[in-house]
Design a protein around this ligand. Structure first.
Ligand SMILES: [Zn+2]
Length: 501
């Protein structure tokens, strides 16, 4: 028998049960670990204040390690396992018990507090509905659903609950839910899939900005020493363990001969075709996380699913978002400078995907499609402004533009002075500068975070035929709804000066 006075003890203060006992005197015992642990528990049941029958501690398994092994028992009550009710007896290589962990729940507590006895339990089909509703918001079911009754300690009560296990894909997850048997409410949800944080090299957002140089030359994707200082090593979050660039918000596996790295190390330079895949993964994943940090998460999420992206989809110098119902994916082209080598282009295309996620078919009018281009440019500008110095903050696609000649500064700017309607040219990218210039002024007035929030929110007030005037009014409404309308007059002035309101 162990002497608690001569041992190191940590107590469970609620139940006054010793929950961890170590550093006690112990002699080598004969027999298999299971026999040693059984005998130890029999001898020390009272000392350890284990108040249930030992037959209610059901042997579960032995877990072996270098220093010995642990024999694990799960506590049951009237045949039902108690979530978290475990006993572990640890035995070293000399067959001495050196540690015991005791998370049993006292039997009198179980007798008085196990709630929702059989009579109160809801029929199983209500539990089924809860599970199905949960799955609807979390991808597609791709396993059997396993169910088991447990007793779940919750806020001092012991609730009868279903422990439900299943897997989903898009996004990949392995779920354990605990569902209250009396109310069919989820009391705990956990994704136990082990996700891998990978590593990769990227430009933030492109080499022109990273090196602050205008004299760089693509040289047909050649690795050149002057680019070395432009690479940043970054974390690629929550890769799904397939060894691919596939996570909760981005999926690069539609790229031909896509990158594979089971160790999660995607360390390429621009001469390697896989470099652009890492660029797309990193910049889209971090942008989606940023959008969520603004509050657009959970049931208010925007595009919080793995969008498919092909980093080398076409040989042309062009990229696109395809809004057709079965696609809704991104394609980047390789003409001149690879488009996915410039973070600005990646963000611009994601802008189209965001708008389509909020308003399916956004941009049916000429002005709407100009708003699409302007919003994409704004997305690139607002995301990467911190990396850009001086006038570069106002330029979009500086690296991609080098494909048109060494003297080209950028694809488009965020500070156009063009006025509506007389400066409209009926080309959506050109006219988009009218819209992006308004958005950039909104950002100056509200600050980055508030402007990004208001501009994203404003899309929820639009439909697919929205024009500039609708867009301007939606921004004013969004600021009113979220921040109380303090900037209504300032916002109105921005759009009045431009000729839109
Ligand atoms: Zn576009």
């Amino acid at each position: 028998m162990i002497d608690l006075k001569k041992a190191n003890v940590r107590w469970n203060k609620d139940d006054y049960v010793p929950r961890k006992v170590s550093d006690f005197e112990s002699k080598p015992a004969a027999g298999e670990p299971r026999e040693i642990a059984d005998t130890f528990l029999k001898d020390n049941k009272d000392t350890l204040k284990i108040s249930c029958q030992l037959s209610d501690l059901r042997y579960e398994k032995i877990s072996r390690s270098l220093g010995g092994c642990a024999v694990l028992y799960q506590q049951h009550f009237e045949g039902t396992p108690i979530h978290g009710g475990w006993v572990a007896v640890h035995i070293d290589n000399k067959n001495q018990v050196f540690l015991v962990k005791n998370d049993t729940v006292p039997i009198d507590k179980l007798r008085t507090r196990v709630k929702a006895k059989k009579a109160a339990a809801l029929p199983e089909n209500e539990i089924e509905t809860t599970v199905q509703n949960f799955i609807k918001g979390h991808g597609t079911l791709n396993t059997e659903i396993e169910k088991e009754k447990v007793i779940y300690p919750l806020k001092g009560n012991l609730q009868s609950a279903w422990k439900v296990k299943f897997g989903t894909e898009n996004p990949a997850a392995s779920w354990i839910l605990f569902i209250d048997m009396a109310t069919a409410q989820i009391i705990e949800e956990r994704d136990v899939l082990r996700k891998l944080n990978g590593k990769g090299k990227v430009f933030k957002p492109n080499p022109v900005v990273a090196l602050n140089r205008d004299d760089l030359n693509d040289k047909n994707d050649l690795d050149q020493p002057e680019f070395n200082a432009a690479y940043k090593t970054v974390t690629l979050k929550e890769l799904d363990n397939s060894g691919n660039l596939k996570g909760p918000y981005v999926d690069l596996t539609s790229t031909k001969n896509y990158a594979k790295a089971p160790d999660g190390k995607f360390m390429y330079t621009r001469g390697d075709k896989h470099f652009e895949e890492v660029m797309v993964y990193y910049h889209l994943d971090t942008t989606q996380r940023y959008i969520q940090s603004l509050g657009f998460s959970g049931d208010k999420g925007i595009l919080n699913r793995p969008i498919k992206a092909n980093a080398h989809g076409i040989p042309d110098d062009n990229s696109y978002y395809d809004p057709s119902p079965k696609k809704k994916d991104l394609t980047f082209g390789d003409g001149n400078v690879d488009d996915a080598e410039d973070g600005d282009i990646i963000l611009h295309e994601y802008g189209h995907a965001i708008q389509d996620a909020i308003v399916s078919g956004f941009g049916q009018s000429a002005e709407g499609s100009a708003m699409g281009e302007g919003f994409g440019d704004y997305m690139a500008g607002t995301r990467f402004s911190d990396y850009k110095k001086g006038d570069r903050k106002l330029r979009v696609g500086e690296w991609d533009a080098k494909g048109y000649g060494p003297g080209e500064q950028c694809l488009r700017r965020l500070d156009s002075s063009k006025h509506y309607p007389e400066d409209m040219e009926n080309e959506c990218h050109v006219d988009g500068e009218i819209w992006s210039a308004c958005l950039w002024k909104v950002r100056k007035l509200l600050g980055r975070k508030k402007a990004d929030t208001v501009i994203l929110e404003s899309h929820f007030y639009l439909n697919q035929y929205a024009d500039f005037k609708d867009g301007a009014e939606a921004i004013i409404m969004a600021e009113k709804n979220i921040y109380g309308g303090k900037k209504t007059s300032g916002l109105t002035k921005i759009f009045k000066d431009r000729g839109i309101l």
